[in-house]
Design a protein around this ligand. Structure first.
Ligand SMILES: Nc1ncnc2c1ncn2[C@@H]1O[C@H](COP(=O)(O)OP(=O)(O)OP(=O)(O)O)[C@@H](O)[C@H]1O
Length: 304
């Protein structure tokens, strides 16, 4: 049985010493160069946000790491080994965007999660008790054990995300790529996913998470990579989520937001903290100062 990704090969996973992307360029067959000379590296035991406007190349970067698209230049190394080796060893787990999954594919929740075990099986794909245990544990961990006999097409958006997270867990991937895991999920599910990612970080795994939810990045991401057809900035969140970098990455979009009734405030005491004041004058900190002053949408008066 194949992973129900539209037009993509089954995600293969493997293990290493963080993720290193070195000078990669990707040109699609229609001649469009989606990434040019992109470089960054992230260590083990970290959660890194991948942010950028629509079409900036986030999914292309994931596809490059997964070997779904050929690289015109550069290389990717995963856990200290060439990407191809790491992929063969099942060290990379991929949680795709919901739009990339064929939800009409007739498959049960438990079968999707079992797909995470394929890389651990022989070519006959005979399931062993260790595989069934891994599936059970993964379903329990994401709170989807009661849904194991459901067709995947019969789940809510948040439940679908959790099933694909369970597949990544069952795979025991050391590098986990998550393409917009919070799109279409409620606040409770988002919190549950964040808690799960934090647990995986504590186990020493490497996570790269693309998200449009800038407000939550400082809360759970140690690092950030800002892209727009190349890597504009990368490093610790507090040092990377600067007003200058965010404007570079989001340009008119960020300005539009500010002009549309809010404003950007650079904290005088800590130059790294930026607060967006919303219409109703609630400060919304889009990156924090490391002292807990990074909660989204705190109630309070207008900062001077
Ligand atoms: N298969 C393809 N063939 C040609 N161009 C493509 C292909 N896939 C993506 N692109 C183009 O490459 C650019 C980067 O697309 P990509 O999907 O990587 O962006 P993204 O940052 O993930 O966007 P979003 O936030 O909307 O998901 C876009 O201009 C897109 O139109």
């Amino acid at each position: 049985m194949n992973v129900p990704l539209k037009g993509r090969p089954a995600a293969q996973a493997q293990a290493g010493d963080g993720l290193s992307v070195d000078n990669i360029s990707v040109t699609y067959r229609n001649g469009h160069t989606a990434l040019r000379n992109a470089s960054f590296s992230i260590p083990r035991g970290t959660i890194t946000a991948l942010v950028g406007v629509n079409g900036s190349g986030k999914s292309t970067l994931f596809k490059s790491i997964m070997g779904f698209v050929p690289l015109a230049t550069g290389s990717v190394s995963i856990l200290g080994q060439p990407a191809r080796e790491a992929l063969k060893k099942n060290l990379v787990a991929y949680v795709p965007q919901s739009e990339d999954v064929d939800w009409n594919f007739p498959v049960l929740v438990e079968d999707v999660v079992m797909m995470g075990r394929y890389g651990h099986m022989n070519f006959l794909r005979m399931t062993r008790s260790i595989d069934r245990e891994a599936v059970d544990a993964a379903l329990e961990r994401v709170g989807m054990a009661d849904f194991r006999k459901r067709q995947i097409g019969e789940l809510s958006g948040g439940q679908k995300k959790r099933v694909f997270l369970a597949r990544a867990l069952a795979q025991e991937g050391e590098l986990i790529l998550l393409d917009e895991p919070f799109t279409g999920v409620d606040v409770r599910t988002e919190e549950a996913i964040i808690a799960l990612l934090q647990g995986l970080r504590d186990e020493g795994r490497v996570m790269l998470v693309s998200t449009h939810n800038l407000g939550s990045v400082p809360r759970f991401c140690d690092r950030a990579v800002l892209v727009n057809r190349t890597v504009l900035a990368s490093g610790l969140t507090a040092e990377t989520f600067t007003k200058a970098n965010l404007e570079k990455a989001f340009g008119g979009v960020l300005r539009q937001f500010i002009l549309g009734g809010a404003e950007l405030h650079q904290d005088a005491a800590d130059k790294r903290q930026v607060t967006v004041l919303t219409d109703d004058e609630r400060p919304f900190v889009i990156y924090g100062d490391g002292n807990g002053n990074d909660a989204a949408a705190k109630k309070g008066g207008r900062k001077k």
